[in-house]
Structures are given as structure tokens and as C-alpha cells.
Design a protein. Structure first.
Length: 331
């Protein structure tokens, strides 16, 4: 199934047509799609009304520099601050991270959006794309925070997505703009980058997002194109039974000699359930690429619509103001 990007704050006629396609299972929203709380709720509703089947509406609302909805929403701090606090008060840091997850998820759900792709389970070891999006460089510490963050999201009623499997934090290159190659052997990855993912799966994470990173000591292709990573390691050895998302196919490190169709075929053949087509200019080619392919139309059903109260219900929750004040004090 495809999760597509749209261009603006309202759907165009062409985008409504895209949503009629059997392969379209959802829409991912960005800052370009946001003007206000009311507008994003209206856009989410119009996406659902325009489609003949349930649609997953999602966003990246991590906090820090990756926060697509801002005006009227809590100014969420980046995750690395919790890691620094952990050094002096681990229990308080984990409690604050769990609250961060709850607050983020409650606000997103109040907007009629099903999920934010979180938590980042990567290690903070200098990657240009990850940076302060990671809790810590220490695998054990990130594992603890991953569990806490999932508790907070689940407590708010939102599914949790571990990203970016099997670990994006220990290679320098930013996969938005460059190929990324991590030469380490699998044993080293198991002892480091995979540790938070093991913890997250044990904590009942609902989904995993793949990294556009090559690990040539394990498999020659990027992880999202790799049966070795998805079918053998993630599903076979780690017993993950949730949804596997790709990262955005428009990223430089996700390129394929077969173009858009080559990327999509490689992801599906490797075992991915849902493919992110974030750039609207790629959607037509992506829809054409899946013609004739048998798709699991129910793959995303469990991630959709877990019962948001809306903004009125959230604002009436005594916990909300206290959580918002604490988290904004950390930003």
C-alpha cells in the first residue's frame, strides 16, 4: 500500500482522484499542509471523505526541529535533552520522556491524525539527519527511553513506530541527500544499534520504519530493499509482527536504477507493507508502478482511528496543561 504526500492545505481535484486508487492507503502531512489546528483537522476529515476506504493520516511530530504542526501546539523539546537529564536523574528523565510522548500523541490525535512516526530509536552518534532527534549514544539508555516513549504513546491511544531500522545513527551521511553505508558486521550492530529495536518490539511497538542505509557486511542493498533485514532478521529472528514502512522513496539514498517503479518493486519484494511517497510529483508514477500487484489492503487497518477526543476533550483534561507547561519548559 502507498502512503502519499499532498501539496497544500486543501486537497486538489487530482489528489482526490489519487485517493480513489486501490493502492492508496493513507496520506502523510508536512509543514506545507499545516495552517492551523482547525485547518489540519478539516484536511484530515476531507482525506477520509474523499476515499472509498479507510485512510491512515500520519505526520512526523517528534519535537525539536522535526515538528510539522506548531502554531497552537506544544513546543516539544528534542529528545537528546532527556538523554542528558538521564545522567543525573534517570527516573525523572524517563518519566518526562513518557509524558512527552503522551502530550505529542494527544495533540496529534485531537487533530484527527492517526499517528506520528515515533519514537526515534536510533543512536545519537553523529548522523547528520538524526542529530538531536536521538535520546543518547548509549544503546541501553536508548532502549529504556524507547520503552518509556512507547508507554506514553500507547497511554494516549496512539500506535508507536520504531525508526529507522536497523539503526541510522552510527553512519555520518544524511540519507535525504547522500548514499549512506555502514560497514560494521552484524554482531556489532546487534550489540549496539539493534538493542533499542529489540526493546521496542518487546514493548509492543506497532510498526517499524526502515532506514535507507546499506550494511554491506549483512546485505548488499539498503535495508528497506533487503529480505535479509526484513524477512530474516526483523520478522524471523526478532519476531516482529507489525507493519513495516519504508522511509520516503524520494530520498537520495532510496534511489534505484529502475526509477520509481524499481524502488517500489524492491521495497515490496523485500517485505515492506507500506511505502511512503512523500513528494506529490512522484505519486502518479507510484500509482502506475503498483498496477497489477497484489496488495495487502488490510495492512494498515490496525493503525487507524484509535478514538481521539478532539481538542475540546483534550483541553478539558487536567493532565494536559501541566504536561504542556513542563515540556515547554524543557524546550
Amino acid at each position: 500500500m502507498l502512503v502519499i504526500g499532498v501539496a497544500g492545505t486543501e486537497l486538489t481535484a487530482q489528489e482526490r482522484d489519487w485517493l480513489q486508487h486501490d493502492a492508496c492507503a493513507g496520506v502523510i502531512l508536512f509543514s506545507r499542509n499545516f495552517a492551523s489546528k482547525a485547518q489540519v483537522a478539516e484536511l484530515s476529515a476531507s482525506i477520509r471523505e474523499a476515499a472509498p476506504r479507510p485512510q491512515l493520516v500520519c505526520v512526523d511530530q517528534e519535537g525539536g526541529r522535526v515538528q510539522r504542526f506548531r502554531d497552537g501546539y506544544s513546543a516539544l523539546p528534542p529528545l537528546d535533552g532527556f538523554g542528558r537529564r538521564y545522567a543525573t536523574d534517570p527516573a525523572a528523565a524517563l518519566k518526562l520522556a513518557e509524558e512527552h510522548a503522551w502530550l505529542m500523541a494527544k495533540e496529534v490525535l485531537a487533530s484527527g491524525v492517526d499517528l506520528s512516526f515515533a519514537p526515534v530509536a536510533d543512536l545519537g552518534r553523529g548522523n547528520l539527519a538524526i542529530g538531536n532527534r536521538a535520546f543518547s549514544e548509549d544503546p541501553g539508555v536508548v532502549a529504556e527511553f524507547t520503552r518509556a516513549y512507547i508507554r506514553g504513546m500507547h497511554g494516549a491511544g496512539m500506535p508507536a513506530t520504531l525508526k529507522h531500522f536497523p539503526g541510522h545513527g552510527s553512519v555520518l551521511a544524511d540519507t535525504h541527500f547522500n548514499e549512506a553505508i555502514d560497514p560494521r558486521p552484524l554482531d556489532e550492530l546487534r550489540a549496539n544499534d539493534l538493542v533499542p529495536f529489540v526493546a521496542g518490539i518487546d514493548a509492543k511497538a506497532d510498526a517499524v520504519m526502515m532506514a535507507h542505509v546499506k550494511y554491506p557486511a549483512v546485505a548488499p542493498e539498503p535495508a528497506g530493499f533487503s529480505k535479509r533485514w526484513i524477512e530474516e532478521i526483523l520478522r524471523g529472528e526478532m519476531h516482529f509482527r507489525g507493519v513495516v514502512f519504508t522511509d520516503d522513496i524520494g530520498m537520495k539514498a532510496g534511489e534505484h536504477p529502475g526509477g520509481v517503479k524499481g524502488r517500489i518493486d524492491a521495497h515490496y519484494d523485500a517485505g515492506c507493507d507500506a511505502i511512503l511517497v512523500c513528494h506529490p510529483q512522484l505519486v502518479e508514477d507510484a500509482l502506475a508502478a503498483v498496477e497489477g500487484r497484489k496488495l495487502n489492503t488490510m495492512a494498515l487497518a490496525g493503525l487507524i482511528g484509535r478514538g481521539a477526543l478532539g481538542w475540546d476533550g483534550l483541553l478539558a483534561d487536567a493532565r494536559y496543561d501541566a504536561a504542556r507547561n513542563r515540556q515547554e519548559g524543557l524546550a
